[in-house]
Every structure is written in structure tokens, then in C-alpha cells.
Design a protein around this ligand. Structure first.
Ligand code: PTJ
Length: 247
């Protein structure tokens, strides 16, 4: 990572690419993860590679949901593990959430490598390996969850999730917080809280809000949750993409 000069105009995007490439090299990110990253980068470019005010409001609503939750869980896939392993551990600590590995292309090797990677970044417990529960309505491999993890969660953070699983989790009655740079993606469209932002910026931002709200009353937290307007957030992101000034 030190080879990229920090004053390079695309420093953040080069750093991100480097992390994803390394993720593939060490067996935590799938090859499809590279394609997903390319798609994400295109949207990030159109959004000006910065956090929109509506994405910041969504991150604050996400923090309030996590703090109010009985059992919040952060879902981690191969891209998330490569890009923000330490930041996910920080968010879990700030919000009292569990961490669960959940893969679109599930293999035992990748599950184990990601769990190890998260532990190396300070995670005390990583769920997902028991896989003793199922999400109804999905094919076998993609339905696997831990009974005492996502199976039991009332609030789940699902970054870069595929649309089918986002819908199926919603149908189970879980409150979904989605992080996805594409505001038109099905996961963003079905989320209670769609955060249209790069995961690199979004995860530390939720943590910052959670720390700020640590002493807030349940009433204040509920007010933040209720005042968040998901439609407005999706509309603002789409407008920024369509009308943005590109340099
Ligand atoms: O590790 P696995 O097996 O669970 O696979 C993970 C991927 C991401 C490969 C898998 O879930 C997949 O194929 O996802 P999609 O359908 O390509 O969707 C990924 C979504 O994430 C797209 O809408 C991208 O725009 C978005 N995205 C990509 N990179 C980022 C992002 N959103 C936020 N931050 C990013 N860095």
C-alpha cells in the first residue's frame, strides 16, 4: 500500500483496488469480487467519490438502529473482508454487534480464511461457520446462516449484498441496513436504511455516529430512526449520479 503516493488524485481508488487484489491473492475475495469492485468504482466516480449528506444521514440512522437493536449482526463477504476488516471490528465494538461471515459463493476455504483474517484484525468471535440455520426461499448454499447469528438478529448490516438475499432477509422481518454504491440495486431498494456510499467511507462513518450517540436515550435514537427518509436518500443519490459535475 505504501507504493501509492498519497497525493495521487485517485489515491483512495488505487488503495481500494490494491486491497481487493490482495484479497484475491490471499484467498478471501472471489474473482467476481473484482468485477463487483469495478462496478462500485464506476458509481463512486459518478458520485464524486464523497459521502453525500443523505448518505451521512443514512449512516446516522444506521447507528441509531444498531444501538436500539436487541441483536445486531454485521454480515461480512469477501469484498468487505478485504476492504474494511479492522473497521468492521471497530463498528462491532461501538455498536455491540456480532460479526458473521456470509458468502454469495460459499466455499469452506474462503469461510475459514475470512474468519482468520477478521480475527487477525481483532475480532474476538466470528460467526457463520456453524451454518446451522437457513434463510427461507433461497437455494441451499446461499441460505446458510448461524441460528444464533443472523438467524436470531433483529437488525442486520448487509454491505454489497445480492438482491435475492436482501429480499429474503427482509421477508424474515429483519431490519436491513444496506451499504451499496448503486442506489438502483435491488438490495438498496428493499433496505430500511440504504447507505449509498463506498464501504470504505460508510463503515467508519457509522462507527463515528454510534460513538457520538453512545449516551443518547432510546427516545432520541427512535426519533433519528423515524425521521430518516429512505426514499429521499435514494432519490438524492440518483439525482447526484444523473446531474453530478464530473472533473
Ligand atoms: O464474497 P462473496 O462470495 O459473498 O461475493 C461478494 C460479491 C460482492 C462478489 C457478490 O455479492 C456480488 O456479486 O455482488 P454484486 O451483485 O456484484 O453486487 C455488488 C454491489 O456492491 C454492486 O451494486 C456494486 O455497485 C456495489 N459495490 C461494489 N463495491 C463497493 C460497492 N458498494 C459500496 N462500496 C464498495 N466498495
Amino acid at each position: 500500500e505504501s507504493e501509492i503516493p498519497e497525493d495521487h488524485p485517485r489515491y483512495e481508488s488505487l488503495l481500494t483496488r490494491h486491497r481487493i487484489e490482495r484479497g484475491v491473492d490471499i484467498g478471501i475475495t472471489s474473482k467476481q469480487g473484482l468485477i463487483a469492485e469495478g462496478r462500485g468504482e464506476a458509481f463512486d466516480y459518478l458520485l464524486g467519490e464523497e459521502t453525500l449528506p443523505s448518505a451521512d444521514a443514512a449512516a446516522r440512522a444506521a447507528a441509531a438502529h444498531l444501538l436500539l437493536a436487541e441483536h445486531p449482526v454485521l454480515s461480512v463477504n469477501g469484498n468487505v473482508a478485504a476492504l474494511v476488516p479492522g473497521e468492521i471490528v471497530d463498528l462491532a465494538e461501538a455498536s455491540g454487534a456480532d460479526i458473521e461471515v456470509n458468502l454469495f459463493n460459499r466455499t469452506d476455504e474462503r469461510m475459514a480464511a475470512i474468519a482468520d483474517h477478521l480475527r487477525e484484525h481483532g475480532a474476538s468471535e466470528v460467526k457463520g461457520l456453524a451454518a446451522d440455520g437457513r434463510i427461507p426461499g433461497l437455494s441451499h448454499e446461499r441460505a446458510k446462516v448461524d441460528v444464533d447469528g443472523i438467524g436470531d438478529a433483529d437488525v442486520v448490516v448487509v454491505p454489497l449484498e445480492d438482491g435475492d438475499r436482501a429480499e429474503a432477509l427482509g421477508a424474515m422481518g429483519k431490519t436491513e441496513i444496506v451499504i451499496d454504491l448503486n442506489p438502483m440495486s435491488r438490495s438498496a431498494q428493499v433496505a430500511a436504511v440504504p447507505i449509498v456510499d463506498n464501504i470504505i467511507r460508510a463503515v467508519p462513518n457509522i462507527t463515528r455516529h454510534a460513538a457520538e450517540l453512545a449516551d443518547a436515550s432510546d427516545e432520541e435514537l427512535r426519533e433519528i430512526v423515524e425521521n430518516f427518509d429512505r426514499e429521499a436518500a435514494l432519490d438524492e443519490a440518483e439525482r447526484a449520479i444523473r446531474e453530478g459535475d464530473l472533473d
